[in-house]
Ligand binder design. Sequence first.
Ligand code: FAD
Ligand code: NAD
Length: 469
Amino acid sequence: MSNYDVVVIGSGPGGYVAAIRCAQLGMKTAIVEKYNTLGGTCLNVGCIPSKALLDSSEHFHNASHSFKEHGIDIKDLKVNFKQMIERKRGVVEQTCAGIDFLMKKNKIDVHNGFGSFKDKNTIQVTPEKGDSVELKTKNTIIATGSKPASFPFIQLDKKRVITSTEALELDEVPKHMIIVGGGVIGLELGSVYARLGSKISVVEYMDGIIPTMDKSLGKELQKNLKKELGFEFYMSHKVTEVKGEAKKATLKAENKKGELVELEADYALVSVGRRPYTDNLGLENAGVKVDDRGRVDVDGHLQTNVPGIYAIGDVVKGAMLAHKAEEEGVFVAEALAGQKPHIDHNLIPGVVYTWPEVAAVGKTEEELKAAGAKYKSGMFPFKASGRARASMDEKYGFVKILSDEVTDEVLGVHMIGPRCADLIIEAVVAMEYRATAEDISRICHPHPTFTEAFKEAALDATEKRALHI
Ligand code: FAD
Ligand code: NAD
């Protein structure tokens, strides 16, 4: 039996980062992972493989749609989908191997097997083959992540009615794919296949896509996906059945008028959210409580109701994002070492890696209105940005800044356009330091860059004095 200061269950971005920080701070640390590769959802079947396919498909789309405009002619352009998937596998393999290296470098013991609580201080690890081992520990960090959610009326056969995991491993480009749920996964993976030639039909329950983000972003993105990639949208539709057959998937839904809508495609991708994963974890053996949505219940310090047992990432409340899981991992490690770490969950940015990219931080306009806050709004469209015009003749997108009407403090930033996934960090830094819109408008931004749109939106929010509109 081994004795540890900390055992981390789950090796996703929450778990492996928590383990590294614990080890850096001198704690004897182990990590338990049920799969053979480390890295969790993010590295194996999430962020990394989806971005690999998004980038590959974007290259193809640009080569077939915008290269000609730039004076580049290519003959016989075609997709080698097998190679695209092979490359994605290679990227995943390399990234996961990097985590093995980091575990060794930080002298973290890796236990491959299913982890479960035997009691508050004992974790049983059951490998696929061979005997179980028991780890004694002073502290445990639950970082078991999430799995795709579904509904009883969806027959998820994982062949024709699939989740994101299978959508990242198809062996053909579908002619037609139905997407149930117009959230982040549906729109990102829908973009991959639409760029490669698939017809995409999104069926969404709400009246807007990416409904948890500022409404202006969903509207602009929907317009773009329809026009540029031919997406078909079925908004405000209540799905009642999704079924797979040998070579097709079918869907039934009710529209706003109560009429039946039926769709048929090669595949139906179910992307209606993810559920926290605590199956067979033995929480009851340690007395750990979950909340009404099945998430491990934690306090403001990410500690469960049992002292010494913490939980982080997708398995607890808050946004299901890799960087949120990482921040929480570092937070718990530093708290265990007696430090006083801090996370502002309001300042965790969200990004959708479609084209144009969507990114946001802070409060949405809808949230500010609901809270009765008095705010100003500044906006700058990318079509007025010299850099956007020079590089891709950008017709879509904008940066929107919301700031307090009296103090001018920035309360929320919402952007859609080229490289917004990277641009958003300037807003996060500004908000971490409680900058005003005027502060941003007085900072020199290099020309010609996409970042100028952020400064111009700040000028617009401050005194309606943007320079280039
Ligand atoms: P996970 O990454 O889910 O890791 C949990 C790990 O715990 C898994 O390896 C699991 O096998 C293991 N485990 C579970 N139970 C046990 C047990 N009992 N014993 C041992 N091991 C166990 N987020 C972003 O921020 N950016 C993105 O671009 C992005 N893209 C995504 C794309 C897709 C297709 C998907 C599905 C998700 C994406 N996400 C993205 C979300 C991101 O992957 C998650 O928020 C993140 O992985 C959560 O990290 P985690 O450490 O909490 O859990
Ligand atoms: P999501 O919550 O983003 O979107 C789910 C969508 O499904 C919503 O628009 C919702 O209204 C809709 N929906 C729910 N029930 C429905 C029904 N019965 N019929 C039709 N529509 C329905 O969830 P997701 O896209 O599955 O992604 C899961 C998680 O993974 C998200 O929380 C996200 O944070 C994370 N993720 C992040 C990224 C990123 O950061 N770029 C990428 C992929 C996934």
